[in-house]
Ligand binder design. Structure first.
Ligand code: GSH
Length: 201
């Protein structure tokens, strides 16, 4: 089984973190959308990463689909199969993905020449990020896990999103969200996070 994607994509990182957390046998193939060609383009008509190529030849894409499939392959489920916990975990997973979408969009707008850059667009995306952080701050009060008392995809996705904000929209969010900062710190030390950090520079 192979996972195609770059070392900077947070959507790819979600899958790589889950693969490590669950000890799944899956090869990571480094492919970047900025480079020409790439097997992922042959496999995904949307031309996006991550893409998962299974040993039976089937292909899966879009990170929520990939991580849910991988989660079924071994050990305890990080996305509960049923019950209220499933909906709560998937809600936070979706919010974290929305934070990623907003951070990517804000970053891309910021790359435009200054005279073409629209500040209101950047502010709109920044507000989504800040409001989601404030929402998450209410969930981590005195708790190690976002949903229930076990590590779940909600924790992994939210931690990936917060670290992606540090990567592409570096600013001091920790002063305004001290509980969230305290919750993230030990997760960032897990080997699944340390070994999938985006490259510096
Ligand atoms: N909803 C998708 C988003 C994936 C995505 O936007 N990936 C970016 C890299 S971070 C990409 O492949 N961009 C290239 C393109 O859109 O052409 C997912 O969760 O997998």
């Amino acid at each position: 089984m192979r996972l195609y994607g770059s070392d900077t994509s947070p959507y790819v990182r979600k899958a790589r973190v889950l693969i490590q957390e669950k000890g799944i046998d899956c090869e990571w193939v480094l492919e970047r959308p900025a480079d020409p060609g790439g097997r992922f383009r042959e496999l995904n008509p949307l031309g996006k990463i991550p893409v998962l190529e299974r040993d039976d030849g089937e292909v899966l894409f879009d990170s929520p689909v990939i991580v849910e499939y991988l989660d079924t392959l071994s050990g305890d489920r990080l996305i509960p199969a049923e019950g209220e916990a499933r909906w709560q975990v998937q809600k936070i997973h979706a919010m974290a993905d929305g934070m990623l979408d907003a951070t990517v969009a804000r970053f891309i707008e910021g790359l435009r020449p200054e005279d073409k850059r629209m500040q209101e667009v950047m502010d709109k995306h920044a507000k989504k990020i800040h409001d989601s952080m404030a929402y998450a701050e209410t969930l981590v009060t005195n708790r190690a896990c976002v949903i229930g008392d076990r590590l779940s995809m909600a924790d992994l996705a939210l931690a990936v999103a917060l670290e992606y904000v540090d990567f592409r929209y570096a600013h001091d969010w920790r002063s305004n969200h001290p509980l969230l900062a305290g919750w993230l710190a030990p997760l960032s030390q897990r080997s699944s996070f340390v070994s999938t950090q985006p490259p510096k520079g």
